[in-house]
Design a protein around this ligand. Structure first.
Ligand code: ADP
Ligand code: TMP
Length: 235
């Protein structure tokens, strides 16, 4: 596998072409941003840990019938993935109130939800990722109704699988963000990454935050928290 042209430099990852036109190489950086890029720092070793955690989750999901873009881990910070036509949506699933939902609903962080919530955001840095509902998505032609139904079903299935996996490691899955894309046959696959950058993980007993909120809220011990999640999942 040859690392080709740099195609896209994102906030947390860089995407390269490969010698296979159907595959890309994703490089996980140590950069962390919050507030749509307003806050930026380096979390030493984050890229290495997130590559490992994402590999772990994509493999576990595959074993349970969830198809993703993951092909193989290709280096400490590199993952080969299927090249997808990305659907410009961020799909957020929530089990417990935290983050933006605290502000929007005025309820305390940590309040359990009676049923999981799915939310859609338009993936646009310029607009600050505005929230959409199903009608916006269909009206703006961001996804077809069948694709949206599939995405929603798969997002809830992923929630059930990840919650169970994490609970066994004494971690509560508070919420998380997913991205999906279409392969060349038009099949919708899970893409991007699943890591402490785009999930909220709390220790079941102490409620200690083991995710990017440690960076967002200047709580310290960011690297240690990411490593702790990797260790709990894989050791
Ligand atoms: P951002 O674009 O939000 O700064 P990243 O730094 O994580 O995010 O960059 C990774 C980019 O790669 C994202 O824009 C994501 O949508 C895109 N991406 C993820 N998986 C794939 C894939 N399989 N094919 C094409 N693009 C992908
Ligand atoms: P929120 O509470 O800020 O809306 O975030 C919900 C979840 O989505 C949380 O696990 C963090 C994740 N997320 C991202 O991965 N990228 C983003 O741009 C945002 C806003 C949230």
């Amino acid at each position: 596998m040859i690392k080709g042209e740099l195609l896209y430099e994102g906030k947390a990852k860089t995407v390269y072409a490969t010698d296979n036109p159907d595959e890309l190489l994703v490089y996980f950086k140590d950069d962390a941003t919050a507030g749509n890029g307003a806050k930026h720092d380096i979390i030493a070793g984050k890229g290495i840990i997130n590559n490992k955690i994402s590999e772990f989750f994509f493999k576990q999901l595959k074993d349970r019938g969830i198809k993703s873009h993951f092909v193989e881990k290709a280096g400490e910070r590199e993952m080969v993935v299927k090249k997808l036509d990305m659907i410009k949506l961020e799909i957020v699933v929530r089990n417990i109130i935290a983050g933006s939902l605290v502000k929007r609903l005025g309820l305390p962080e940590g309040t359990p939800l009676a049923v999981p919530i799915v939310e859609y955001y338009y993936k646009s840095d310029e607009l600050g990722d505005p929230m959409l509902n199903r009608y916006h998505i269909l009206a703006l032609n961001l996804a077809k109704i069948d694709e949206l139904n599939q995405i929603e079903h798969v997002a809830f299935s992923i929630n059930t699988i990840l919650r169970e996996l994490l609970k066994a490691k004494n971690v509560d899955l508070i919420d998380f963000k997913l991205e999906f894309g279409r392969d060349k046959e038009g099949m919708v696959l899970l893409a991007d990454e699943i890591s402490p950058d785009n999930c909220r993980f709390w220790d079941v007993e102490t409620h200690k935050k083991l995710d990017k909120d440690r960076f967002r809220q200047d709580l310290g011990g960011v690297e240690e928290a990411y490593q702790e999640i990797l260790n709990r999942l894989t050791m």
